[in-house]
Structures are given as C-alpha cells and as structure tokens.
Design a protein around this ligand. Structure first.
Ligand code: FES
Length: 146
C-alpha cells in the first residue's frame, strides 16, 4: 500500500473512532475514575476502569476533546478491556514509544487500530492529545496498585 493510501486509511480509522466512539460513557460507582486534562488546550477526559484481580474487566471514557484525543481514548479502552494490568501498562509504554517516533516491534504486540495514530508523532503539539487517555489509565492502575 502506498504512503498516501495508508495515510487515508489511518485518517478514516481515526475519524471512525471519533464519530462512533467505542466505550463512551460511565461505569458503576465502584469503578475507578481518573480525570485528566490537557494543559495545552484545557480539554478534559475521564477514564473509568473496572479492575478486579489484576484484570481490566471494563473501561469507558467521557469528556470533550479533539478528534485525536477522543479517538485515542476510544482505541485505548478497546485495547485494554480484558487485559491484565501489566499488559495494559505495557501497551501504554509501547504507545508512548510510538509517540516518540520509535520503531515498534509488531511481532511483539498487535496494535490493531492504535497503529492509525502513529502519524501523530510527527506533530509534537498533538502528542499530548493522543497520550491523554493513556496517561489517565496509567494513573488509575497506579492508584489501584497502592
Ligand atoms: Fe485539546 Fe487535543 S486539542 S485534547
């Protein structure tokens, strides 16, 4: 596939998650809620996690932001649901590396739709948008571990 076609495909995947977000909404009162804002624009999202016995049983998100932040939240919740917390944290580390422009070993992990955000690494101002949901998830898991 040419770079232009790949770019178009990635743009479509991002817009699909933005317009048809997966896992948008709240969870029960017993879930963890992490509120995080992007200091550069003031946009704010909440991540809700249901973590039991070291496993992310459910994940949802609410809030407002740009297409990158909301599609990233949609992809993140989809990716970590059903994973154990170490796997979720590993995915977050890989996502951060991807945002730093590092090569990702795709044999090591199946990024699925998340791969569509790879191009964001070329736009430093948007990296905070893309990592917002992931940082919130990491914070929630850290709190749960304490
Ligand atoms: Fe605010 Fe992207 S511009 S989160």
């Amino acid at each position: 596939m040419s770079f232009n076609n790949l770019d178009t495909l990635y743009r479509q995947v991002i817009m699909d998650h933005y317009k048809n977000p997966r896992n948008r909404g709240a969870l029960s009162d017993e879930s963890l809620t992490i509120d995080m804002n992007n200091p550069t624009c003031g946009d704010r999202i909440q991540i809700h996690l249901q973590v039991n016995n070291g496993k992310v049983e459910d994940a949802k998100f609410e809030g407002e932001g740009c297409s990158i932040s909301l599609s990233s939240a949609s992809m993140m919740t989809q990716a970590i649901k059903g994973k154990n917390i170490d796997e979720a944290l590993k995915m977050s580390k890989i996502f951060s590396d991807m945002m730093l422009g590092e090569e990702i070993d795709e044999d090591e992990i199946d990024l699925g739709d998340i791969e569509a955000l790879q191009g964001v690494s070329k736009f430093p101002a948007r990296i905070k948008c893309a990592t917002l949901a992931w940082k919130a998830m990491e914070k929630g898991i850290d709190e749960k571990k304490k």
